[in-house]
Design a binder for this molecule. Structure first.
Ligand code: NDP
Ligand code: OXD
Length: 312
């Protein structure tokens, strides 16, 4: 019987039960036990979101770690997981579409000046505002992987010009794709709306900083649903204060939950979302997780095992 250690930050026992029920549809023998319980000592695999990493060191039977999200930075955080333990992530088209909805919503709110109209409504002001011509707006998608490629295509189908950036060469119909460290400039300098959907790795940490913001067009919109540590937050605040970045829509932060005294809350042109752009859906993700658990039991490498050298 596969015993799986379960930990999801702030989650209730009900959530654990919900996951167990969903996983048992695909493998009736799977049993989830709390990662911090004695029983977890028998677990060969663990299903995790922001786990206490020290606890993993104590579980000597672990043969594989499964992320409860598409990102794995929460497991790799302090480099404590031995290289021979595979780390598996979710790759779920439901999440890609869900992210696409959030990015489209954010882009359209910027383009149609939704918040400007909300303010006018409060003051009973019936007046048109300056309209942006969407045909001339370029959107840069940083990270065109499982999620970013879907977002890029959906924005293109809405009539926007879309540029993509990745580590390796990509061909996506309708999207002007760039790759490699130096080519990030193509997006930074030429796009009006910047959307970060990158995984957090040493190479993407602090990638949006004073220098990158300075190179963006004045009045740019910045959207981040990748990871908070990709942005130097004080540099973003400075650029939002000066209006060089006219609007920022954020879903992820260096410290989560975003502290109550953080300046982002006060900034008029920054919108704060609580890391909900694309939430994991047990209904759609359970099959691949059950399969990963079965593979780990059999000593096989599951699909969507990350490359430890790349960190994603
Ligand atoms: P993928 O691994 O499928 O895609 C990552 C993309 O980033 C790829 O195109 C990859 O390039 C590119 N990339 C990685 N490193 C670099 C680099 N150094 N230079 C240029 N490009 C780079 O990941 P997903 O699309 O599944 O997820 C991306 C991230 O989105 C997650 O890691 C997570 O942080 C975030 N996320 C946020 C959610 C939220 O609710 N806010 C929900 C889900 C995910 P290449 O294709 O060449 O490998
Ligand atoms: C994820 C996330 O990585 O929700 O899946 O951030």
């Amino acid at each position: 019987m596969p015993i799986v250690g379960f930990f999801s930050e702030n989650a209730s026992i009900e959530l654990q039960k919900e996951w167990e029920k969903r996983l048992q549809i695909h493998c009736s023998l799977i049993k989830l036990v709390p990662l911090l319980s004695k029983e977890a000592e028998q677990a060969q695999s663990a299903l995790l979101w922001k786990p206490p990493l020290d606890r993993l060191k104590e579980l000597k039977n672990l043969q594989g770690l499964i992320s409860l999200g598409q990102g794995v930075d929460h497991i790799l955080k302090n480099n404590s997981i031995p290289i021979n333990i595979p780390i598996i992530r979710i790759v779920d088209p439901y999440m890609a579409k869900s992210m696409s909805h959030w990015v489209v919503l954010s882009v359209l709110n910027f383009v149609r000046d939704t918040y400007g109209y909300f303010d006018q409504e409060k003051n009973k002001l019936y007046k048109s505002r300056k309209e942006l011509n969407f045909l001339s707006l370029k959107i840069g998608i940083y990270g065109v992987g499982a999620i970013g490629s879907v977002v890029a295509k959906d924005l293109y189908n809405l009539g926007f010009q879309v540029e993509g950036w990745s580590r390796t060469k990509k061909e996506i119909e309708g999207i002007n794709c760039h790759y490699g460290k130096d080519c990030i400039e193509e997006l930074i300098k030429n796009c009006d709306i910047h959307v970060c959907l990158l995984p957090l790795t040493p190479l993407t940490t602090n990638i949006f900083n004073k220098q990158t913001f300075a190179k963006m067009k004045s009045g740019s919109c910045f959207i981040n649903a990748g990871r908070g540590n990709q942005v130097v937050e004080n540099d973003l605040i400075e650029n939002c204060n000066s209006g060089h970045i006219s609007s920022a829509i954020l879903d992820v932060y260096r410290n989560e939950p975003l502290p109550k005294n953080h300046e982002f809350w006060e900034q008029k042109n920054i919108r704060v979302w609580p890391h909900v752009a694309a939430e994991t859906n047990p209904q759609t993700a359970a099959k691949q997780i059950a399969n990963a658990i079965k593979c780990i039991e059999k000593g096989e490498l599951p699909p969507n095992t990350i490359d430890r050298n790349l960190g994603y």
